[in-house]
Design a binder for this molecule. Structure first.
Ligand code: ATP
Length: 305
């Protein structure tokens, strides 16, 4: 699949500190790509480089085939973004805000404004002042503004920050619809693992300025599973399970309960084996592994900030 954004060996040093350290990843056409890391990991600094707000110390950024360093204007035309909060004028209406930003981009007519308003589903409220909007509506107006120039890539920095759970759900559904209905790739940064897990196709995990892993979300979540087993007698079960090559870890939870790190597809086979060894199995509960667990594993137990 074609890459809409290609980042290679991106590094940003500020003074003696390396804030972004040799970061490489690709965002493919049509995908929702998650950029996941704790506070202070270097996400915003990376995004500020992606949209040309600050210069990389080294490395390259290619957007829609254009190199950001050597072909800045063409490259930047391919991107719509909201870094931190969308900048909106509260005393103007939603439409007036869009008209204002449209004046700064060549070739945006009222038809395009109507289109983006429909896309972000603000038709009914677009002629009201922004100060009457909820935070979720402001976010959507910000996204409308980012979409004005019909970009190939939309970059959203922590878009759910400050939203309530209903607002987060709404924004998630909206982003998914946007990705399905428009030919646009979406890059979302977040420190909320659950968000990325629910929304993204692929994810890069960043910590201390370095990308630790890039993988499809399903692969990450599927790779590692925890299964809780209720067994009796427990010591026999532990010794049998510990000898199986596909079992990574066996943790004792209670007198009869074990948490076993294993592939979900091996549950039936393992159950047979325990039963044939006269071990009673009274319950098997696969736990939903979250990206949080995976993050902790990759970073060797470091918190998520
Ligand atoms: N101009 C700067 N001068 C010095 N340090 C900086 C500068 N900009 C960022 N940093 C530091 O670089 C680190 C990464 O910051 P960045 O904002 O990119 O992280 P982040 O992953 O976006 O986290 P957050 O979600 O908290 O914004 C932080 O420790 C921050 O204090």
């Amino acid at each position: 699949m074609e890459a809409v954004l290609s980042v290679e060996h991106l590094t940003k040093k500020i003074g003696a500190r390396t804030i972004v350290d040799d970061v490489s990843f690709e965002v493919k056409a049509g995908e929702i790509f998650g950029f996941l890391g704790p506070n202070g990991a270097g996400k915003t600094t990376t995004i500020r480089m992606l949209v040309g707000l600050i210069r990389p110390t080294s490395g390259s950024i290619v957007i829609g085939g254009y190199n950001l360093q050597s072909d800045f204007l063409q490259a930047i035309k391919q991107v719509g973004c909201i870094v931190e909060n969308p900048e909106l004028y509260p005393y103007l209406t939603g439409r007036e805000n869009l008209e204002h930003f449209a004046r700064m981009i060549d070739g945006i007519d009222t038809k395009r404004i109507e289109e983006v308003v429909r896309l972000v589903e603000l038709d009914k409220r677009i002629d009201e002042t922004v100060k009457t909007y909820s935070l979720g509506m402001r976010q959507r107006l910000g996204i409308a503004q980012a979409l004005l120039g019909d970009p190939q890539l939309l970059i959203l920095d922590e878009p759910t920050n400050g939203l309530d759970p209903a607002g987060i759900r709404e924004l998630r559904a909206f982003i998914r619809r946007l990705s399905q209905e428009q030919s646009i790739s979406i890059f979302i940064s977040s420190h909320i693992l659950y968000e990325i897990q629910l929304l993204c196709d692929r994810v890069a995990i960043i910590s201390h300025g370095k990308v630790l892993k890039t993988a499809p979300v399903v692969q990450l979540v599927g790779e590692e599973s925890k299964v809780e087993w209720s067994v009796d007698p427990l010591p026999n079960a532990v010794s049998h399970l510990s000898n199986l090559p596909y079992i990574k870890n066996v943790e004792q939870l209670g007198k009869e309960r074990l948490m076993v790190h294993m592939p979900v597809e091996k549950i039936a086979e393992t159950n047979q084996l325990l039963l044939s060894s006269k071990i009673q199995v009274s319950a098997i509960r696969p736990m939903n592994q979250t990206l949080e667990d995976i993050f902790l594993e990759i970073t060797g137990g470091e918190g998520i900030g």
